[in-house]
Design a protein around this ligand. Structure first.
Ligand code: WTA
Length: 645
């Protein structure tokens, strides 16, 4: 496969950027010519950010799986599409060629159809990182069902909320998932999530860990049995086929839930054609993918990074995507480097939190590992501190691999701001330049563009985007108004990212972190309100306030101030009880790192918690807390300061 739209020089980047902004329809219309369409579009772009309404390639018909699989079969049927590295390095690697992937995806499509799944139905997928997860996602897309993958670390309650919000009728899960030396009993979590559920008709269970499961008659069925049955149906005259559903460009492809500043996660909806173009275009350009390269994105498919850079981006580009079931520190902290050596990985894409965690083991786990196959290394999910950037550069990239620092969000579908490997300059801890089609703007509290630079030529502000790129979210599931108020209302006419940023005189951006009440814990987004709601569910808790604080490995840690009035006052046990409550309500990823018991919270006379003060205390600041005179009870601040944990 060739990529005529791959940018190969800085001058070309500048020219393409210019074109994409001056004539977005001409620019993206050209890029779109490189995909398979059942019918071409009537109009490349129609939009307004007021409703918001964003339509790319209106009138076009396609199926994304034909772009990710079928179109590659004539030239690269035997090329690996997915290389699967199991949790346990002793277990056999699985290499899934495009031919095999085609068959498996057709089988899943047939299996889903046999079980009554139709175009537009919502299918929840709660699985570990096995190839079957990729088959499940693509099988849904083949028949036009909307997949909603839920990360394996979310609790039964979180799944139940998502099932309800999406009105999902089907679930695909595993008996269990391996994570290092642990087995996570996924099906049993699903069973808990389904207590009282009225919408789910079928649960398909793939066997991975042989963890005992309860299978409810009429509802729960085995993946293996269903797939075997489907296999006979899709094979005719020695050929495999399952006709892909014809989808509109703007038909929803998937829902992915993510946290915002309100208490409830929202279902971000991505479209078919725009998302496909955007993941493909950014994959090919940011990583400078060359046919034959092996791309290793270490994310879980339960997050947007896995959707875009394990599944849709690489496969639509006919690439080889390495999928890893395990964790970076098991059996030891050399696991990533073993994988790079074993599979001759060319591009490694991971999170700053993983880099910092591996850094803490020193360089011994890297000794003797052959990392010479690496050409490009990348990061995503949170700001990367300079120390981690240099460690990555020196020890992993050996100063010969460009580092791409890719800034983006669940809502943006794929990268918006990033250097292009080896083509545009890499600057430590700066995401750098916008992708073609992306028009960032920094605004003040009132939405006015900030244009005044400080003495170093740096402009600060809240990061917004002026116009739509193909991969922008289209709505939040079941509640379009929520999409409007969350992203398009703070600064009318602009998409607001929720992030703060700096811009230098050359137009490079540095992302400084969230400016709303969203935390970024090990690259995972969690709303403070969500964690507070969960803590407040504990019977002894009167009230709580949650803020983030700098954490060496996780980037940010969760600090909870809790007013407790329970029956026993043994603090350590109460802390464990609160942690367990949060695990049950959200999942272990949202457990507070620190819990401080307080008798009151700093509130204004109107009853608003002054988080600014709590944030400073959590960060260790005890002197300059700013103005506290508007507080109802300034004395409480002294108490909180003295009781810091
Ligand atoms: C943060 C992950 C700095 C940011 C793809 C954003 C980053 C949030 C970077 C989205 C980066 C992501 N530098 N910050 N390179 N990448 N972020 O939705 O705060 O899980 O708003 O998407 O992660 O997180 P999400």
């Amino acid at each position: 496969m060739s990529y005529p739209y791959q940018i190969t020089s800085f001058e070309q980047y500048q020219a393409d950027y210019q074109k994409s902004v001056e004539d977005p329809e001409g620019f993206w219309g050209n890029v779109a010519e490189n995909f398979e369409w059942r019918k071409k579009w009537d109009k490349v772009l129609e939009w307004n950010f007021t409703e918001p309404r964003i339509e790319w390639f209106k009138g076009a018909k396609l199926n994304i799986t034909e772009n990710c699989i079928d179109r590659h079969l004539s030239t690269m049927a035997d090329k690996p599409a997915i290389i699967w590295e199991p949790n346990n390095p002793e277990e056999r690697v699985r290499v899934v060629t495009y031919q095999r992937l085609h068959k498996r995806v057709c089988q899943v499509a047939q299996m889903l159809t046999n079980n009554g799944v139709k175009k537009g139905d919502r299918v929840c997928i709660y699985m570990g990182m096995v190839p079957e997860l990729a088959y499940a996602v693509l099988g849904c897309a083949r028949i036009g069902a909307i997949h909603s993958v839920v990360f394996g670390g979310f609790s039964a309650q979180s799944i139940a909320d998502r099932l309800y919000d999406a009105q999902a009728a089907f679930i695909i899960t595993c008996d269990g998932a391996y994570r290092g030396d642990k087995v996570i009993p996924l099906k049993s979590v699903i069973d808990d999530a389904l207590i009282g559920n009225r919408t789910i008709k079928k649960v398909i269970v793939y066997t991975r860990t042989r963890t005992p499961v309860s299978m409810i008659k009429g509802r729960d069925i085995w993946w293996e049995d269903e797939m075997e049955h489907a296999e006979h149906q899709i094979e005719k005259d020695g050929k495999v086929s399952f006709p892909a559903a014809e989808m509109d460009a703007e038909d929803p492809l998937f829902i992915l839930y993510t946290s915002g500043s309100t208490g409830k996660p929202k279902g971000v909806v991505h479209s078919t054609a725009g998302y496909m173009l955007w993941t493909n275009y950014t994959f090919v350009n940011v990583f400078q993918y060359k046919p034959g390269d092996i791309h290793f994105c270490t994310a879980d498919i339960g997050w947007i990074t896995g959707h875009s850079y394990i599944v849709y981006g690489p496969l639509s580009a006919g690439a080889t995507s390495l999928m890893f079931e395990g964790i970076p520190t098991w059996p030891d902290a050399g696991r990533f480097w073993d994988i790079v050596e074993k599979h001759k990985v060319n591009c490694l894409y991971t999170a700053p939190t993983a880099i910092r965690s591996l850094m803490s083991f020193g360089t011994n786990p890297i000794q003797g590992k052959d990392l010479s196959s690496l050409k490009v290394i990348g990061t995503v999910g949170e700001p990367i501190n300079e120390e981690a950037w240099h460690w990555y550069d020196e020890n992993i990239g050996k100063k010969r691999c460009p580092i791409v620092d890719t800034w983006w969000q669940t809502e943006t579908g794929a990268c918006l701001i990033s250097n292009l490997a080896g083509v545009t300059p890499a600057i430590p801890s700066w995401a750098s330049l916008p992708m073609p089609g992306v028009q960032p703007i920094l605004v003040d509290e009132n939405g006015n563009e900030n244009t005044t630079a400080d003495e170093h030529g740096i402009i600060k502000g809240n990061l917004c985007i002026k116009a739509p790129w193909p991969g922008i979210l289209r709505t939040t599931y079941g509640d379009h108004e929520r999409c409007r108020t969350n992203y398009f209302d703070t600064y009318p006419g602009l998409y607001f990212t929720g992030d703060g940023a700096l811009k230098d005189a050359k137009g490079n951006y540095r992302i400084t972190g969230r400016v709303d009440d969203v935390l970024n814990i090990s690259g995972h987004r969690i709303g403070t309100a969500e964690v507070e709601n969960a803590i407040n569910m504990h019977s002894g808790v009167v009230e709580s306030a949650v803020v983030g604080y700098p954490h060496d490995i996780k980037g940010q840690g969760i600090y909870a101030f809790v007013i407790y009035n329970g029956h026993h006052n043994e603090e350590s046990l109460t802390r464990q009880d609160i942690n367990l409550t949060v695990s049950k309500i959200i999942g272990p990823i949202a457990k507070p790192d620190k819990i401080q018991f307080v008798t009151g919270l700093p509130k204004t006379r109107s009853g608003k918690i002054m988080r600014r003060i709590l944030r400073k205390i959590a960060e260790g600041e005890t002197v300059n807390l700013g103005d506290t005179t508007t507080l109802l009870d300034p004395a409480v601040v002294e108490e909180i300061k003295n009781g810091r944990v």
